[in-house]
Design a protein around this ligand. Structure first.
Ligand code: SF4
Length: 301
């Protein structure tokens, strides 16, 4: 069996930068550190941070007064950040791409634009993004996009009347197809509005998907390594599975025994990790494959 790995597999630049900065903070102090919300969507990583006294908390009330708090890669709502800065020492590890998108939204809001975002309204990044605009909608599916524009057309008192400037952006890890559906619908249904189209989808996730897709025809099976709560891991898996049904989503080495009947017949497999999958998780899976199967480690573009 041969193991192939596509380019761009694993931690993206935003996550790598946040991990390096957090570990540098850890090494520079003995005090406990706090992260408001999960730094990245990966429970193995969060458990590892906990072992190093970097505590993940979901509420400001759970942070001791005056503590050192870290803002996660997805960013947080503006008003929450302001509250944090009033009471704690804060290190902002919001990914530079998310930070840039927050600024684009804020600048357009100040210039009088309404904002439409394609993505998941409960995703932490999106919850942060919406806080930078006063007139903002999040559209999750093609059906929602259709019904939103139908409503605009049929309701003369809709806040998008009279014609006004509108900014169109995407959650950084949302599908291209959803953003395309949004821009197409806006161009069709808002012919008298000024539209600013800002494609904010992170190219890393697309590059990884393309590289992994290119290997799908060369392998017997593909293992996508990620956490079920990660948007980019789910998107990667769905795309690859659509191309080759012999594709499985796994979270750790513990998932491999169930796949033994497939693994023992495979001569070539692809291992691909999401943006938020720690290298240690992929390494453990590689080691298991090398130990239990006749395996040749290899990499490929
Ligand atoms: S996927 Fe892109 S936007 Fe998201 S954290 Fe990584 S570099 Fe930043």
């Amino acid at each position: 069996m041969e193991i192939l790995a596509p380019r761009f597999s694993g931690f993206c630049p935003g996550v790598k930068k946040a991990e390096d900065a957090l570990l540098a903070l850890r090494n520079g102090t003995d005090e406990p550190l706090y992260v408001l919300g999960e730094l990245i969507h990966n429970h193995h990583f969060i458990e590892e941070l906990e072992r190093r006294r970097i505590h993940t908390v979901s509420r400001i009330e759970d942070i001791p007064e005056g503590a050192h708090v870290v803002i996660r890669t997805h960013g947080i709502p503006r008003e929450v950040e302001e509250r944090l800065r009033e009471r704690f020492r804060v290190t902002d590890l919001t990914c530079f791409k998310v930070k840039a998108l927050q600024k684009v939204i804020l600048d357009h809001d100040r210039a009088g634009y309404a904002v439409l975002i394609s993505g998941k309204r409960k995703h932490p990044e999106v919850q942060g993004l919406v806080s930078y605009a006063r007139k903002v909608w999040v559209l999750e599916t093609n059906e929602e996009i259709e019904s939103f524009f139908r409503e605009v057309k049929e309701d003369p008192s809709h806040p998008l009347h009279p014609p006004q400037p509108v900014l169109l952006v995407s959650q950084t890890t949302a599908p291209h197809s959803l953003f395309e559906a949004l821009t197409t619908a806006a161009r069709t249904h808002l012919p008298r509005h000024t539209l600013a189209v800002h494609n904010s989808i992170c190219p890393i996730t697309t590059h990884r998907e393309e590289a992994a897709l290119a290997l799908q025809d060369q392998v017997d099976l593909t293992l996508v390594i990620g956490d079920p709560s990660s948007s980019n891991a789910a998107k990667l898996y769905e795309r690859l599975k659509a191309h080759n049904p012999a594709t499985w989503f796994i979270t750790s080495v513990d998932d491999l025994p169930a796949l033994h009947p497939h693994l023992r017949r495979a001569t070539r497999i692809q291992l691909v990790s999401s943006s938020s999958t720690p290298p240690s998780q992929e390494a453990a899976i590689r080691t298991h494959l090398l130990t239990h199967y006749d395996t040749t480690p290899s990499s490929s573009d």
